[in-house]
Design a protein around this ligand. Structure first.
Ligand SMILES: O=C1O[C@H](COP(=O)(O)O)[C@@H](O)[C@H](O)[C@H]1O
Length: 240
């Protein structure tokens, strides 16, 4: 990951509509998963929660791939059971783990533990079953500049450290974010990948992206952790 304030090269992919974006991103991700399976016999992917990826998930779920060879997990989870409408897992189950993709191996983050902190060691163990580096990581961005569940104003999950666990417990953020405690993969884990995508929509998020591309601390706008990634460079997929 690039250090300091210098911004590395990002690859911009702007589309006229969200449907165009969803189709193009589904094609890109399906190609990279197929490539990984052809080369290594399996593929691993990290996807984000929230509302933005739903149309993309729907299209990706229909791509004809040997899905049984794909493992996928979430970049972060709101500490809620999957029966809750705000659960990120619920979004994956209803939009991605269906059609051809129903065969994929999903590694959940929520495990029913009373707190996200209590679940960290077990989740770390489950994540160890996934091939690393991840073949594809797709991040989203909140309107406050958070990505995964790494929020501004805290260093938690944003600092590197060779012996750190791959995930951290995060206190409940304030609204308009869903104000429940979270479990998030760390910056070091999320950027340990062959292909990194930032998937955002809307004019407000494009303006925030412009701000995040300016020099400034990652802790102020955590999405910078993706934008400053050099190997691989971050591909930004945007539509109004
Ligand atoms: O809370 C979260 O927010 C971000 C962005 O969500 P969106 O609804 O604005 O697309 C998401 O990437 C993250 O996974 C989620 O937990």
């Amino acid at each position: 990951m690039a250090r300091g304030n210098l911004m590395s090269e990002i690859l911009r992919n702007d589309y006229a509509t969200q449907a165009d974006l969803d189709e193009a991103l589904a094609g890109f991700v399906a190609d990279k998963l197929a490539e990984a399976i052809a080369l290594r016999g399996k593929a691993s992917m990290v996807v984000s929660g929230g509302n933005t990826p739903k149309g993309f998930f729907e299209r990706l779920s229909q791509r004809p791939l040997p899905w049984a060879q794909v493992s996928l997990t979430l970049a972060d989870e709101r500490w809620l059971p999957s029966s809750d409408q705000h659960s990120n897992e619920a979004g994956i189950r209803s939009n991605l783990l269906r059609n051809a993709a129903a065969e994929a191996h999903f590694v959940p983050l929520f495990d029913g533990s009373a707190t996200a902190a209590a679940a960290v060691p077990a989740v770390a163990q489950r994540l160890a079953c996934m091939a690393r580096p991840f073949d594809v990581v797709i991040l989203g961005m909140g309107i406050d500049g958070h990505t995964a569940s790494l929020f501004s104003g805290t260093q938690e999950g944003l600092q590197d450290g060779g012996d750190m666990l791959p995930c951290v417990a995060v206190p409940a953020p304030s609204e308009p974010n869903v104000p429940v405690p979270r479990l998030s993969l760390t910056a070091a884990t999320l950027t340990d990948c062959r292909h990194l995508v930032l998937h955002i929509t809307g004019v407000a998020k494009r303006e925030l992206l412009q701000q995040a591309l300016r020099p400034g601390p990652v802790a102020e706008l955590p999405v910078r952790l993706a934008l400053r990634q050099e190997r691989p460079p971050c591909r930004v997929y945007w539509a109004p």
